[in-house]
Design a protein around this ligand. Structure first.
Ligand code: UDP
Ligand code: MN
Length: 749
């Protein structure tokens, strides 16, 4: 004990203290460490709980998504009632789906197959479809997947009507029809894009997922805040009685005229500028091939789509085509979405379009007829129809169409997702010759070329790849064809509807397209919505005034209101004469211009850059120094007079523009001949003055490097005088170097 105490004395005591303190410190440390470990564990635990929660949430989402998609899976096996299945031979179904393709073989096939069978490809009338019960087995007219549709190809060239400027009639021609003979030529530049038709492949599933994703995404972006369920698009085709498979033109097949009746065909042709004789023999409720991409029949649309008023305007329409148009809407539209059909008679002269039509339509409570007291033209007739429409959406159609199965819901779905989306169906072709229903190429959109000529253009494969597009995806459409589209009724009026100053026909599709895009909306072509249309070579009705003048005037109104500085391109492509007020009176534009300001619409440049960037549109034909080959000097404008100087790119007085109006121009000043055409002056540019227009580099000119005075009856050219270095007008001499000029930059021929 003593020994122990001794140790605790002096330095030993200190050592013992240090030892004890260290032990305590160590213990404390361990405790703290344990504490922090458990805190760490707690943290980990927390994170795990959060992750698990997250996982649960995600699972819940997946389940929701699965629910969202499930109608597709369930509906697949329930597309056609068992009793009908036997009746439908796979051959007929194949033919039925293929539209105008493989036409000849199909036709012979069809006749054979039909000769001794009664085929009903429609929902039997006795079995009305309960439209509120969206999961009820819906009847479809297709059982067999079409795996044999030929490859479709990508065409990079625009198919704009190539007629001369002066003959603008073309508008909505059917150049986008895929005809068999053209197929090979079309594949020349791009590899063909195959349609993926094999059901159950990965691509198909992927596409479905894509669609579901797209649907929910666009729903999030929607301007409406509705929440609703979805259902598979309704592919209705209801008729009052089973269809006669042997009827002429049934299933959209080409109808053949016996040779001894050709005179009759000719005789009746002018009634509608198509085969009226055949049309009258084809059932008004014939079946047509379902030309939608396969995936469309599985697409989902919202349960609470808005209702629509379908508006048909007509003037002297052929009886059978008008009826077929109306029947196709009645038979193939979900009744709860079809508020009404409004027929606007634009002061037709034919008797059968009066009492007889009233009587016929009286059997359909949804059809209303409005009669205009004088001829208003298509634009004001549509406005009259819209004015009485009660549906939430307006759907305009031409009066010689056939709406295909499932045509309406995809159009309304777009409007539902965003009320500023204007949707157009793909316009399939009903042949004006044999009335067959033909499917058109995929990936087509409406465009314009100068001077505001409508045309169709196929999306490039690069664009399709870049945007990861499938053949069923909506296509941004710079210009709509005009006759067939759905638009939210209120939005139509917010946009100021159509310019009521547009007469009879023409240009209205440009006007509404520019207006929609530039004022915040969008135009989409919906490949899952198909409507056949008879494209005709001529308008079968009279124009109260000259046809050409009417269309030109309409286009000039559109150009003046919407094109900004680009209107020079419109006038510069063959419409210079419209600048002369004594030639044409475009009427008052104040309201239209005010409307554009009020809506704060974007510029035409914005439209070109953002909606139609593929259109190369230089604002000038050429610019820079104006070099004279003989003098080897450049034109200069100083103190309102022209002279020559050594060329100097930095000298502003040597900078000129050559414009679409063919002006040689510096700011607002233009080079012009003096009254007696011998010398030159500088004067304020006047777009209506033909005396200021110089031809230069014009195609097929024998004097491409010259400045030829356009106005002069004789060939008069701008010439540099060798000695005095002045300018004068002289008879054109092809070889004269003093009459040859060159700008620094050329943007267009
Ligand atoms: N239409 C009309 N009044 C007119 C011109 C045309 O009601 O003054 C109708 C015509 O009957 C058709 C629609 O407007 O239903 C579109 O005309 P059209 O088919 O001639 O145009 P396209 O298809 O050739 O562009
Ligand atoms: Mn038409």
């Amino acid at each position: 004990m003593m020994t122990f105490r001794r140790y605790l004395r002096g330095s030993g005591r200190v050592l013992a203290f240090v030892f004890v303190a260290s032990v305590i410190w160590l213990l404390l440390d361990i405790a703290v460490l344990r504490l922090s470990f458990s805190e760490f564990n707690l943290q980990l635990l927390k994170e795990r709980v959060i992750r698990e929660k997250e996982l649960l949430k995600q699972q819940a989402k997946i389940t929701q998504n699965r629910d969202f998609r499930s109608p597709v899976l369930r509906m697949d096996s329930a597309v056609i009632p068992e009793e009908d299945k036997g009746a439908v031979s796979s051959d007929i179904t194949r033919i039925y789906r293929q539209g105008g393709r493989r036409h000849k073989e199909q036709n012979s096939n069809l006749q054979e197959n039909h000769s001794n069978k009664t085929v009903s490809l429609v929902a039997p009338a006795k079995k009305p479809v309960d439209l509120l019960e969206n999961d009820a087995p819906l009847l479809e007219n297709i059982t067999v997947k079409n795996n044999s549709i030929a490859e479709s190809s990508i065409v990079t060239q625009d198919t704009v009507d190539g007629r001369k400027d002066a003959e603008i009639k073309p508008m909505k021609t059917a150049q986008h029809v895929k005809d068999e003979s053209k197929q090979h030529q079309d594949t020349k530049e791009e590899p063909p894009v195959k349609r993926t038709h094999t059901p159950g492949t990965k691509t198909l599933v992927f596409k479905e997922e894509n669609h579901t994703k797209m649907l929910s995404q666009s729903y999030q972006n929607s301007t409406v805040s509705r929440k609703a369920g979805v259902h598979k698009v309704l592919s209705l085709d209801v008729t009052g009685a089973p269809r006669d498979p042997t009827a002429i033109g049934q299933f959209g097949q080409a109808a053949v005229v016996p040779s001894d009746n050709e005179a009759e065909v000719k005789k009746r042709w002018d009634e509608g500028y198509f085969n009226v004789y055949l049309s009258d023999q084809i059932p008004v409720d014939r079946a047509i091939p379902d030309t939608r991409p396969d995936i469309c029949a599985r697409h989902l649309v919202h349960d609470d789509l808005p209702s629509t008023s379908v508006i048909f305007c007509f003037v002297d329409e052929v009886w059978s085509t008008l009826l077929r148009s109306v029947h196709s809407v009645l038979n193939r539209s979900p009744p709860h979405l079809l508020k009404e059909i409004i027929l606007v008679d634009d002061f037709s002269t034919k008797d059968y379009l009066k009492d007889q039509l009233d009587k016929y339509m009286s059997q359909f409570p949804k059809v209303r007829i409005i009669r205009l007291k004088e001829r208003q033209g298509l634009i004001r007739a549509r406005l009259a129809g819209a004015a009485v429409a009660k549906g939430e959406v307006l759907t305009f159609l031409d009066s010689h169409v056939e709406c295909n199965v499932g045509w309406l819901e995809p159009l309304l779905e777009q409007v539902y997702l965003d009320r500023r989306k204007v949707s157009c169906p793909v316009i399939d072709v009903i042949s004006d010759q044999d009335m067959s229903y033909k499917m058109v190429d995929n990936f087509q959109r409406g465009i314009f070329k100068w001077p505001l000529v409508f045309g169709w253009s196929t999306l490039s494969s690069k664009y399709i790849k870049k945007n990861n597009m499938t053949e069923a995806d909506p296509i941004r459409c710079p210009v709509m064809a005009g006759g067939l589209f759905s638009i939210d009724r209120q939005y139509f009026y917010e946009l100021g509807a159509y310019d009521p100053g547009l007469d009879v026909w023409g240009g209205e599709n440009m006007e509404i397209s520019f207006k929609i895009w530039m004022c915040g909306g969008e135009i989409k072509i919906i490949p899952c919505s198909r409507v056949g249309h008879i494209f005709r070579g001529q308008n079968p009705y009279k124009f109260p005034k000259d046809r050409q003048k009417t269309v030109e005037r309409n286009l000039a109104r559109v150009a003046e209101v919407w094109l900004d500085e680009y209107k020079e391109l419109f006038y510069g492509h063959g419409y210079h004469h419209l600048l002369d007020k004594s030639v044409i009176d475009v009427g008052n534009l104040t309201e239209q211009i005010e409307l554009r300001n009020r809506l704060k619409c974007k510029s035409f440049k914005w439209y070109l850059d953002n909606v139609y960037p593929e259109m190369v549109t230089p604002l000038l034909k050429a610019k820079g120094l104006v070099y004279n080959r003989g003098l080897r000097k450049c034109l200069s404008l100083k103190k309102d007079s022209l002279s020559f100087e050594m060329c100097d790119l930095l000298n502003q007085s040597q900078q000129f523009n050559y414009t679409w109006l063919k002006h040689i121009r510096q700011q607002d000043l233009c080079v012009a001949p003096q009254v007696k055409y011998h010398s030159l002056v500088i004067e304020s540019c006047d777009r209506a003055n033909p005396g200021q227009r110089w031809l230069h580099k014009s195609s097929n000119s024998e004097l491409p490097d010259h400045f030829v005075l356009e106005f002069s009856p004789n060939h008069v050219c701008l010439e540099a005088v060798h000695r005095s270095e002045k300018l004068r007008l002289a008879p054109c001499v092809a070889k004269s170097a003093y009459q040859k000029w060159k700008f620094t930059d050329y943007f267009s021929q």
